[in-house]
Design a protein around this ligand. Structure first.
Ligand code: DAH
Length: 341
């Protein structure tokens, strides 16, 4: 074969070996096989050969051309294969790796007890009312028969929003009573669960934020008997028919008469234990007959209508229900704790 052709073949092979990517391969193709490439250039010199040598030279040149073509094709196929291999390994999904188990939420024990109590009252014909947590002192105190300077204001004195002390975070759910009565004439039968705020230090039984559920019934001829019957029904539904309750006289400015209700300890059934601190009874709520002044202040005639109200501590009820001994556990929202109930 012509020496020049041998040289071209050699240098083409060398160039192919050092071509790093498909772009470089294409450069090799252009350099040797292109219109202005080395093979074409050599073919152009064919005219200088004696006529009898021309056919064999042409044949040899075509052989070198197809040899280089084949080499380029093989190299490019090899490059494509390597590229694909790399992609497959870098994008590989290891289906044997254990999956991430999704964590399911769990109803908070406080929500469970609240829902249960709500269901019981809804079953007795109550509806659920809501009131603002940022409340007017007028509703939280004055209109509940707690005038300025009343001692109750001292210990429930809470988080004031305005300097003139007219707006604060409510310290009880009782202002919802006023909000309901000023909008609705009797018959009224509502409950209202929600957050309340007081200046308490945090410990196992106190928190500056806790939960209450207010209840209010106003109609013609409502008596203390209705109060006792309704609240007894609640206790029996929550803890069973055989549990006894007792009503102790108490004082609340917005009810007259007022009482507190104790429930026979459902752990020891009255014998005295750790849960009831040896008493045999646990206090669960405050209640009473709505004070005539409160009714009057909302435009309801106390000579025509009477009512009862109650306020129960939902956190306390939850703690008793599940034998939880530290209130703080309810507010830490630790899944390990919450998912136990
Ligand atoms: N609001 C009272 C408190 O926070 C609880 C209460 C007592 C609510 C008697 C009432 C009631 O509606 O009649 O201590």
């Amino acid at each position: 074969m012509n020496e020049k052709l041998m040289e071209i073949q050699e240098s083409a092979l060398k160039a192919l070996k050092s071509a790093a990517d498909l772009g470089a391969l294409d450069e090799v193709r252009v350099r040797f096989l292109g219109k202005k490439g080395e093979i074409t250039a050599v073919l152009r010199t064919m005219g200088q050969l004696p006529p009898e040598e021309r056919p064999s030279f042409g044949q040899a040149a075509n052989q070198v051309r197809s040899f280089i073509e084949d080499e380029i094709r093989t190299a490019s196929q090899e490059m494509e294969r390597k590229k694909m291999e790399l992609r497959l390994s870098s994008e590989a999904i290891d289906v044997t790796i254990p999956g991430k188990a999704p964590e399911f939420g769990h109803a908070h024990p406080l929500s469970k007890v609240t829902d249960e109590v709500k269901d019981i009252f809804i079953g007795m014909g109550f509806t659920v009312a809501e009131g603002p947590e940022v409340e007017l002192s007028d509703y939280d105190f004055t209109r509940l028969n707690i005038p300025e300077g009343h001692t109750v204001r001292e210990w429930t004195d809470t988080f004031y929003i305005t300097e003139d002390e007219r707006v604060h975070l409510r310290c009880q759910t009782s202002p919802v009573q006023i909000r309901v009565m000023e909008k609705q004439q009797p018959p009224i039968r509502v409950i209202s669960p929600g957050r309340v705020y007081r200046k308490d230090e945090v410990d196992a039984t106190h928190s500056p934020m806790f939960h209450q559920m207010e209840g209010l019934v106003v109609d013609k001829g409502i008596t203390m008997g209705d109060l006792k019957g309704t609240l007894n029904a609640l206790v029996h539904k929550l803890y069973g028919d055989d549990l006894k309750t007792r009503f102790r006289p108490h004082h609340f400015p917005f009810t007259e008469p007022s009482c507190e209700m104790d429930v026979q300890c459902f752990v020891c059934k009255g014998k005295g234990c750790r849960v009831c601190k040896g008493e045999g009874w646990v206090e669960v709520l405050g209640a009473g007959m709505v004070h005539p002044k409160v009714l009057e202040g909302c435009g309801i005639d106390p000579r025509e209508y009477s009512g009862f109200a109650f306020g129960l501590g939902l956190d306390r009820l939850t703690m008793l229900r599940y034998d939880i001994n530290d209130l703080r556990l309810l507010f830490e929202n630790d899944q390990r704790f919450i998912s136990q109930f």
